[in-house]
Design a protein around this ligand. Structure first.
Ligand SMILES: NC(=O)C1=CN([C@@H]2O[C@H](COP(=O)(O)OP(=O)(O)OC[C@H]3O[C@@H](n4cnc5c(N)ncnc54)[C@H](OP(=O)(O)O)[C@@H]3O)[C@@H](O)[C@H]2O)C=CC1
Ligand SMILES: Cc1cn([C@H]2C[C@H](O)[C@@H](COP(=O)(O)OP(=O)(O)O[C@H]3O[C@@H](C)C(=O)[C@@H](O)[C@H]3O)O2)c(=O)[nH]c1=O
Length: 293
């Protein structure tokens, strides 16, 4: 079986390649081999390699930049999934697609369910939402995993930013009113593999660890666990100040409530999702192991 992983150099794509390696012939073209903004190149690639399973982890993920580059965000986040879904529907292939908490309106305090109405607050979220709709409406066999606050030992993410800033600064101000669950890319790949192997019913699923926190809570826990792991930093956990979103203005509006209900995926997989703090410990260990190589 040919398995196409798009965005293979990204956080999730990298982990997917590793997790699906034993299941078939994993095709993982990087940008230099396949430019995904080029719809003709994508079509040629699909017709040449005829993947039976597509794991679409490519996306335009620069949330603030998307506000000034909506066309690029639209191509990657809306049109590419639509094109992959059209191919999958025509060829009887299976499409696994990834989406985000940023499709939801972010009001209230209740967790979103997969059937909750979407109402994205920024260009990134709008383009991701249109991608989800295209996949759902295509009629192809699909799984859409909506996840949140993705990080990993490698790549560009909040954990890496905090470790870098924590070495340079002795105080930080981090928003404490946006609530969600930080999700390691490895957990996403592992859950995807289980979902595929267990042939769970097609559809939309939330995929995140259990428990929730704020970005401030996540940063504080990063510095607490880093201190326990003897990572040399200029900052201590109590030097991280919590601030409201209004004090950290950004080009893109971000949702305050990114809580995702997990029961649909937990029931389908027959297992409870692990807690985000334990997942952070695993990822920090991975970071330390990589650094020591
Ligand atoms: N990051 C997050 O916090 C969250 C992500 N998600 C979703 O999860 C999925 C995976 O995200 P994540 O792994 O974090 O994303 P990354 O930003 O880490 O990776 C995106 C990948 O897409 C590739 N890519 C982007 N544009 C092009 C292009 N024009 N041609 C070829 N390749 C391209 C990038 O290539 P290159 O390496 O060359 O730049 C990179 O490999 C996405 O669907 C995202 O929307 C959902 C919730 C949170
Ligand atoms: C660096 C920094 C960030 N922040 C805030 C800004 C923001 O609200 C929050 C997180 O910052 P980020 O830039 O990582 O946020 P952002 O890029 O919006 O993260 C999002 O990315 C997309 C792709 C998703 O799909 C979402 O699930 C989510 O992970 O922390 C501070 O308050 N202080 C700081 O010093």
């Amino acid at each position: 079986m040919n398995i196409l992983v798009t965005g293979a150099n990204g956080q999730v794509g990298f982990e997917l390649q590793r997790h699906f390696a034993l299941l078939g012939n994993v095709l993982a073209p990087e940008r230099a081999e396949l430019e995904l903004t080029d719809a003709h190149a994508v079509e040629r690639y699909l017709q040449t390699h005829r993947p039976q399973l597509i794991l679409n982890a490519a996306a335009y993920t620069a949330v603030d930049k998307a506000e000034s580059e909506p066309e690029q965000a639209k191509r990657l986040n809306s049109e590419l999934p639509a094109q992959l879904a059209e191919y999958a529907a025509a060829q009887g292939a299976y499409l696994v697609h990834y989406s985000t908490d940023y499709v939801y309106p972010g009001d209230g305090e209740a967790a979103w369910h997969e059937q909750s109405p979407t109402q994205p607050l920024n260009v990134y979220g709008q383009t991701k939402c249109a991608g989800d709709e295209a996949v759902i409406n295509s009629g192809c066999q699909h799984l859409i995993f909506r996840t949140s606050w993705v990080y990993a030992a490698r790549g560009k993410n909040f954990l890496k930013t905090m470790l870098m800033l924590g070495k340079q600064r002795d105080s930080l101000s981090i928003v404490n009113d946006q609530i969600g669950a930080p999700t390691p890319a490895r957990l996403i790949a592992l859950a995807t593999l289980h979902a595929w192997q267990q042939r769970i019913a097609p559809g939309v699923y939330h995929l995140a660890p259990s428990g929730t926190t704020s970005w401030h809570g996540f940063a504080s826990e990063i510095f607490k666990q880093a201190e326990e792991a003897d990572i040399a930093l200029a900052i201590t956990p109590n030097q991280v100040r919590g601030i409201p979103t209004a004090e950290y203005p950004t080009p893109a509006t971000r949702p305050l409530n990114s809580r995702l209900a997990l029961n649909k995926l937990e029931t389908a997989l027959g297992t409870a999702m692990p807690h985000w703090q334990d997942q952070l410990a695993l990822t920090l260990k991975e970071h330390l192991d990589d650094a020591s190589l």
